[in-house]
Design a protein around this ligand. Structure first.
Ligand code: HEC
Ligand code: HEC
Length: 613
């Protein structure tokens, strides 16, 4: 896909200017702003002198250049599909933005108050986090679907190295001496420590956590931090939830060298939990640590001077350490509204910048006094669309019991966190010792409005009713209004699959996949009898041998096979880690149709085809 760099339409610029408190004699009437996009900043980067900030705006596909002294947007440029990460050089003259749905990074020149695209480099499928070396000559990118970190020589505009890390690297940070990179791998449940001069993965640290988001390093590069959640695997009952036994939020710390594995701080207070830990930042003097929680609309600020924080080695507490609740200034919660995502401290070690996705703003917090001192509007429509209302509900933890989680906790970014839960969506919960038999993998919500019936068993015939179930059963919260349901369904309708990285550039199938399509449709495999049609599902219920005696609903609905390469782990309980495991194990053609097995060649071709869907 080619992306043509375009300045924002004039309406966008006018809205931008007026919201940024510049006096512009333009009246925007309600309804006039339908083409003004939400900005939804998901990531930010601050120049070394603390004067300039770049934000990666996910909904508008743009980058904003912000003057932090004046508190206003200097320029904004449409850069590409779904920006996910952004970096700025120390001198503030160069920016890099990673396009999650574009498979590339754009190099941005910053001249005076203007942004311009200086070039693009294809890096691989679903790049997320990006950082720059101190001299601004090399970029390092976390590539979510390739499970790689790419090194990009910016002068040559070429990838000069790739390292394999664990599943779904999302965020990346670099030490001040350029020697160490840390990468949080969400579905790998681990952190990779990369030795940059030796260009190798020096260590992989498995952590007690999932859904890893922003990572940060202490100024001396010795300690790494990641904001993450923890799946405790107990059934979703109110009492389990409030004990911290279903899922909880954590700040995890690890040494970048030596043998210390990891330590955690639990962020949840009973009765008033934290939700969707996303951003983390450490002040340069090491005195303050900030963690944003998107679902509970807040930033938590920890002070490390005085007493050391109550880190728990190699495991975690169910609830926040009681000593932090003494109101002595070591731990404070600052309400920000919206969905705070990435964080960065300014060079003064006390000014904290927050990308607030749902507020369409960069917020400035004085971390010493725990006060919001400014909100810099990036622009957005004046009237909130129905889909945006749905997006707000999707990220609102207060809609769950004691605000423990939001839809986004499980269906991360509208996709899946790759975990399984024992919700009541299938009619029962396994109360036996290991709670395994009724667990269900979190399905992606991409394309979900087109693939009824819903739930793995497919018993749910109405998406509207499915929303009510999600609020009252998965979230153990109050019933949604009919307006809430309409809004959520409108939002779900916006969730699309990324472009498929396994197809040829022109979208056609490679030769092996063409052969695999024949296997898929052959009478022996007969995959298309159940996974047929445009969405690769017949919408019916089939018993394919994966049922257990206690199931409240018989059989399963064939899941859509779209975007399969990134839906791991597979099957209703996530029992298969790879596509090959499905087709040689519990869902092999012999087992499903009983019409005979596939040769190794046929199997490889079929796998090549499945990856292209
Ligand atoms: C605790 C994790 C969790 C939370 C929170 C959660 N879900 Fe789910 N969701 C699941 C699981 C697990 C399933 C599969 C359940 C099943 O099939 O029995 C599911 C299924 C669904 C489905 C059906 C998808 C399909 O293709 O069949 C939709 C739609 C959905 N969830 C939307 C939501 C919305 C909207 C929210 C917030 C109101 C939400 N979920 C909150 C875990 C969660
Ligand atoms: C008789 C109907 C039927 C046939 C034939 C069939 N499937 Fe399935 N398939 C299902 C059902 C039902 C499920 C869900 C089962 C579960 O998760 O317990 C499923 C699940 C899958 C999944 C897992 C998807 C995910 O997101 O986890 C894949 C991949 C898959 N099938 C591929 C195939 C292929 C390839 C073939 C042909 C070799 C095939 N299926 C034949 C009904 C069928």
């Amino acid at each position: 896909m080619r992306i043509v760099p375009l300045r924002l339409c004039s309406a966008g610029l006018i809205a931008l200017a007026s919201l940024a408190a510049v006096v512009v004699p333009v009246v925007i009437r309600a309804g006039d702003d339908r083409n003004v996009p939400d900005r939804s900043p998901i990531a930010l980067a601050v120049s070394a002198d603390g004067k300039r900030l770049l934000s990666a705006n996910q909904t508008s596909g743009s980058v904003s250049l912000v003057d932090l002294d004046a508190g206003r947007v200097l320029d904004e440029l449409k850069t590409g599909e779904k920006p996910a990460g952004v970096a700025i050089s120390r001198d503030g003259r160069l920016g890099i933005v990673a396009h999650w749905y574009g498979g590339e990074i754009a190099v941005l020149g910053i001249q005076g108050n203007k942004l311009a695209i200086a070039g693009r480099v294809e890096v691989g499928p679903e790049p997320r986090g990006v950082v720059l070396s101190r001299d601004g000559k090399t970029a390092y990118v976390a590539i979510g679907v390739a499970n790689e970190v790419a090194r990009v020589d910016l002068a040559r505009r070429a990838v000069t190295g790739r390292l394999t890390v664990e599943r779904e690297p999302r965020n990346i940070a670099i030490s001040a001496d350029d020697k160490t990179l840390i990468v949080g791998c969400a579905r790998g449940r681990s952190v990779a420590i990369i030795d940059v001069p030796g260009w190798k993965v020096a260590r992989t640290i498995p952590i007690d956590g999932e859904n890893l988001r922003q990572v940060a390093l202490s100024a001396d590069g010795k300690q790494g931090y990641v904001a993450n959640m923890r799946n405790r695997r107990f059934p979703t009952t109110r009492s389990n939830i409030d004990l911290g036994w279903v899922l909880g939020q954590r700040l995890t710390r690890f040494g970048t060298s030596g043998s210390i594995e990891f330590e955690t701080l639990t962020l949840d207070t009973q009765g008033k939990a934290a939700s969707d830990a996303h951003g983390v930042a450490i002040s340069q003097d090491g005195r303050l640590i900030a963690v944003s929680c998107g679902g509970t609309h807040e930033v938590m600020i920890f002070r490390t001077d005085g007493k050391p924080l109550p880190w728990r080695m190699n495991s975690s507490r169910d609830l926040i350490a009681p000593e932090l609740l003494r109101n002595d200034g070591r731990y404070r919660r600052v309400n920000l509204g919206g969905r705070p995502t990435e964080l960065a401290f300014g060079p003064d070690s006390k000014t904290l910048y927050v990308a607030n996705y749902l507020e369409n703003a960069i917020q400035v917090v004085d971390a010493d006094s725990a006060q919001v001192v400014r909100s810099i509007a990036l622009g957005g429509p004046k009237t909130i669309t129905l889909a945006r209302k749905g997006e707000m509900l999707f990220h609102a933890a207060e809609r769950s019991f004691n605000q423990w989680y939001s839809c986004n906790t499980c269906h991360s970014d509208g996709h899946t966190n790759g975990l399984d839960f024992d919700t009541l969506n299938d009619g029962w919960q396994d109360r036996s010792t290991f709670h395994e038999r009724s667990r269900k993998k979190v399905p992606t919500l991409r394309g979900t409005t087109k693939t009824g019936p819903w739930t793995w068993h497919g018993w749910q015939k109405s998406l509207d009713d499915a929303m009510v179930e999600s609020f009252t059963k998965s979230m153990q919260g109050s019933r949604p209004s009919s307006e809430d349901v309409r809004a959520l369904v409108a939002y779900l309708g916006t969730l699309e699959y990324p472009p498929n990285p396994h197809r040829n550039k022109d979208g056609s199938l490679p030769a092996a996949a063409v052969r695999g399509r024949e296997v898929f449709r052959s009478p022996r495999a007969a995959c298309n009898t159940c996974h047929g049609g445009e969405e690769f599902t017949d919408g019916k219920i089939h018993e394919v041998g994966l049922e257990v005696a206690e199931d409240r609903y018989r059989g399963y609905n064939p899941p859509s096979l779209k975007g399969l390469y990134d839906k791991d782990p597979y099957l209703h309980d996530g029992r298969a880690k790879t596509l090959r495991e499905i087709l040689t194990g519990d869902h092999s053609p012999e087992k499903v149709t009983g019409l005979g097995s596939l040769s190794e060649q046929e199997l490889n071709d079929l796998l090549a085809y499945l990856k292209c869907l």
